[in-house]
Design a protein around this ligand. Structure first.
Ligand SMILES: Cc1cc2nc3c(=O)[nH]c(=O)nc-3n(C[C@H](O)[C@H](O)[C@H](O)COP(=O)(O)OP(=O)(O)OC[C@H]3O[C@@H](n4cnc5c(N)ncnc54)[C@H](O)[C@@H]3O)c2cc1C
Ligand code: SF4
Length: 423
């Protein structure tokens, strides 16, 4: 990526709205694709400050502080939803695990499906976890300290299955586990051209040009009637055949005309995507499903969610702002798609779920403290975007990483020396 603020000094070419960093990113930004270059030019003309999207795909080979070498991305395009054939994506598997595997006291047990955290009789301390291996055998692993790091949904489900924290009851507005669930408010603008070819399939998952002018409190909300915002990105993240088939609005949905439009515009279009914020509401929550169960007979997690008027108003306004940039690029046709309809789980929108085990200052309204430590069972830490009280206008994983460092620092420097509540 490219830093936009180093120790309070705004750096041209980066995001001027970001918080101060101590240093630049370890690697330069990925290359700029044609779509990103057009977006950058138009956004600058309108007075915005575009910057290359920071990405976990490495722009060049890099050896990190744990001695792990992550290779350079070759823009193969099969990035999102796929493993990397180059070993170019920085993730715990490539960046941390190789080092851990060398340590004699570390053991990795794969295909171990944890089904419960077992508590002592007072329900104040975790004593072990129960897991089932790939052969269906059940094991109990004793533990002094348990870190739930199993993504938003499994973190919340394991808490509910294990009796860690009081389950949220939306009718009584009491309890905390399952509370504050939120999803994003994604929307977009698709630009179609007659004469420009984008080769969107030469891509990387996080390759794009972004602006942050309409995110969070970066703009004046006076008179708009909503809070929140989102970032706009001209992304070149891989046009996967069959899945990606953009056609202008009004194109027939099947037949020769549709086929002709898909063939023509597959390579002559690109989207400006918006990842918008979503507030938490009393009516949105996670709980254990009363009907559906998994292979072990345990209740599945149930999600109850819809966006509210605030999100719909926000989406219309910010999507129209993105359309202004789109228009300045000069497409022959443009589809503007704000998010105003009732929520549906299909089609895929993003994997940015948040909340359910929110962090906070009060046990009455949060499941974990600011160190991600359960208020009720202090030797359980619940790590992930499950801790977010709302879904902000950014993708979650950078913040998940930062919260993880914050929690681990407290565990290492304080909890291990003196186990007990940290807040
Ligand atoms: C296609 C795609 C694109 C994405 N793009 C972006 C992006 O551009 N930017 C961004 O910020 N985020 C993105 N995300 C989201 C990002 O991947 C997540 O925010 C991030 O991986 C969450 O990290 P985590 O460690 O909390 O959970 P995960 O990475 O999901 O790790 C959880 C681990 O726990 C294991 N596990 C779960 N349940 C159990 C159990 N019961 N017992 C044992 N193990 C268990 C799982 O197997 C998994 O290994 C994307 C996600 C997807 C799928
Ligand atoms: S585009 Fe993604 S999958 Fe392909 S080489 Fe780059 S990081 Fe790896």
């Amino acid at each position: 990526g490219k830093a936009g603020n180093i120790k309070g000094k705004i750096i041209p070419g980066g995001n001027p709205y970001e918080g101060p960093r101590s240093r630049d990113y370890p690697n330069p930004a990925l290359k700029t694709a044609y779509a990103g270059a057009l977006f950058k030019e138009a956004a600058e003309k309108l007075g915005y400050k575009p910057f290359p999207t920071p990405s976990a795909a490495n722009s060049q080979p890099y050896t990190n502080e744990y001695g792990a070498t992550i290779n350079g991305c070759v823009y193969c395009g099969y990035c999102q939803f796929f493993g990397c054939e180059m070993g170019a994506k920085a993730s715990p598997q490539t960046a941390v695990l190789p080092n851990l595997m060398k340590q004699s006291r570390f053991e990795l047990r794969t295909r171990a499906n944890v089904v419960k955290v077992n508590l002592d009789s007072a329900k104040k301390r975790a004593v072990s976890v129960t897991y089932i291996d790939s052969r269906g055998r059940e094991f109990e692993q004793p533990a002094d300290l348990v870190l739930l790091t199993s993504y938003v949904f499994n973190n919340v489900r394991l808490m509910l299955l294990s009796g860690i924290g009081k389950p949220y009851d939306p009718a009584a507005n009491s309890g905390v586990v399952g509370r504050n669930y939120a999803y994003q408010t994604p929307s977009g603008v698709t630009l179609f051209f007659e004469d420009k070819v984008f080769n969107q399939f030469m891509a990387a998952g996080g390759l794009g040009m972004t602006i942050d002018e309409f995110n969070g409190d970066n703009f004046d909300h006076a008179g708009l009637g909503f809070i929140g915002g989102g970032f706009f990105q001209a992304a070149t993240s891989g046009s996967r055949p069959i899945e990606v088939r953009p056609v202008p609005r009004g194109t027939p949905r099947w037949g020769a005309e549709w086929k002709h439009a898909v063939a023509k515009y597959f390579n002559r279009s690109f989207p400006i995507t918006i990842q918008g914020a979503c507030q938490s509401y009393r009516s949105n929550y996670l709980d254990l499903d009363p009907a559906y169960r998994d292979a072990y007979g345990l209740p599945l997690l149930r999600m109850t969610f819809d966006r509210h008027e605030n999100e719909h108003k926000m989406s219309v306004w910010i999507t129209n702002k993105a359309a202004e940039i789109g228009k300045a690029i000069g497409p022959s046709k443009m589809t503007v798609s704000p998010r105003t309809e009732k929520y549906t789980i299909v089609p895929y929108q993003s994997t940015h779920n948040t909340g359910g085990a929110a962090m906070g200052a009060e046990p009455a309204t949060s499941a974990v403290n600011k160190y991600l430590q359960s208020w009720d069972v202090p030797n359980v830490f619940v790590v992930g975007a499950s801790a977010f009280p709302q879904n902000g206008g950014y993708n979650p994983t950078g913040t998940v990483g930062a919260l993880t460092f914050h929690a681990l620092q407290a565990i290492k420097t304080r909890y291990v020396k003196r186990p007990g509540p940290l807040a």
